[in-house]
Design a protein around this ligand. Structure first.
Ligand code: 3HC
Length: 316
């Protein structure tokens, strides 16, 4: 064995010992190239999800039914932009620039959460997104607080605090609609019917069909499997639905003896169509992002000139 090979082996052993002992991997630590690539993919896709997720909700800012609900929605959407920022910053510590992440998104090489490719047809959809989509996101993100990469884990701690507020604002909308007129109750049920299955799909394919899971769990990037997280989400959300008189749209739903639920079949053809660019709003979401990015070019250029001036000033 060459000296170089021995050194590499030692580095790998140190990396594996850190993972084993729950010591976070930090940006300047040695890490296997596949671990770095896995994180670059997952964190940047997570960041894109936060930012693209602003679009379906942004659609309702001007039509919120009261000043209070408008203020809350604005604050929530602004939080999501902030989450994107923390996550891009965490992903950049792995040696890829923000511009590169955005290019991959625009070229269709990077994914974002499938759920944001569905339309928001009325105000009840804003309730369903907060309650279900943020509720599903937080179920995953709570476990990601313990992910092995330090900057990602720390970003998750902050994001989770804000997401739990988002989940409650969504549930409050649904609850108030269920206390309202028959029409409002019908709207809330219709929104649940349309958002339930896309929310379950957010957790990704079943564990047996998830090509990325084995390595992710071994490296402790993922702390719980797709199916386990989906079960957790279902078990906490169904009682919330029942409490306000909503019915989960799953005729095959079963209550197990231990009080947990078993769901019916998920339409995986629909899931793969959506993640491969053929959902109801994929093209619209991407085009909107590309246009906003192009329209914002002058802001980035101005900021770069200002930064350059500050750097030059610092040299004198
Ligand atoms: N939407 C889009 N793509 C998905 C997906 C989904 N719901 N679920 C899985 N996929 C993709 C994977 O990215 C992977 O594609 P790739 O290999 O081309 O990158 C492929 O399907 C196979 O799936 P795997 O289960 O093998 O992939 P992962 O192990 O990466 O698991 C994941 C998928 C659970 C989404 C995982 O990547 C993850 O935990 N990501 C971080 C959390 C995240 O991205 N959350 C976004 C939620 S939205 C949000 O937070 C905004 C909030 O404001 C609501």
């Amino acid at each position: 064995m060459t000296v170089q090979a021995v050194i590499e082996q030692e580095k790998l052993a140190q990396f594996e010992a850190k993972i084993e002992n729950e010591i976070k991997i930090e940006p300047n630590d040695w890490m296997p190239e596949d671990y770095r690539k896995h994180l670059i993919r997952q964190i940047s896709q997570h960041a894109h999800s936060e930012v693209i997720g602003m679009q379906p909700e942004g659609n309702w800012i001007t039509r919120a039914p009261s000043l209070r609900s408008k203020k809350i929605l604005l604050a929530k959407i602004q939080d999501e932009g902030g989450h994107g920022l923390y996550l891009y910053a965490a992903a950049e510590t792995l040696g890829v620039s923000r511009e590169q992440f955005i290019s991959w998104l625009h070229e269709g090489k990077a994914k974002y959460a499938s759920v944001f490719n569905y339309p928001t047809l009325n105000w009840a959809d804003i309730g369903a997104i907060g309650w279900l989509v943020d509720g599903a996101a937080i179920t995953n993100q709570v476990s990601l607080q313990r992910t092995s990469y330090g900057p990602y884990s720390r970003a998750m701690v902050r994001i989770c605090k804000e997401e739990s507020f988002h989940q409650r604002q969504g549930y409050e909308i649904m609850w108030r609609m269920m206390e309202g007129t028959k029409d409002q109750q019908r709207m809330a049920q219709d929104a649940l019917n349309r958002w339930w299955w896309p929310s379950l799909m957010m957790f990704g394919p079943h564990d047996t069909d998830s090509p990325r899971s084995e390595k992710a769990i071994q490296w402790k990037i993922k702390r719980e499997s797709n199916d386990r997280l989906r079960e957790k989400f279902i078990n906490k959300t169904i009682p919330q639905a029942e409490l306000i008189g909503l019915k989960v749209p799953d005729p095959e739903l079963r209550l197990n003896e231990d009080g947990t639920y078993q769901h019916g079949d998920i339409n995986w053809d629909e899931f793969y169509a959506v993640i491969n660019g053929n959902g109801p709003c994929n093209k619209q979401r991407l085009q909107h992002h590309i246009k906003a990015h192009q329209d914002g070019a002058w802001v980035r250029e101005t900021a770069a000139i200002h930064q350059q001036k500050m750097n030059n000033h610092g040299k004198h």
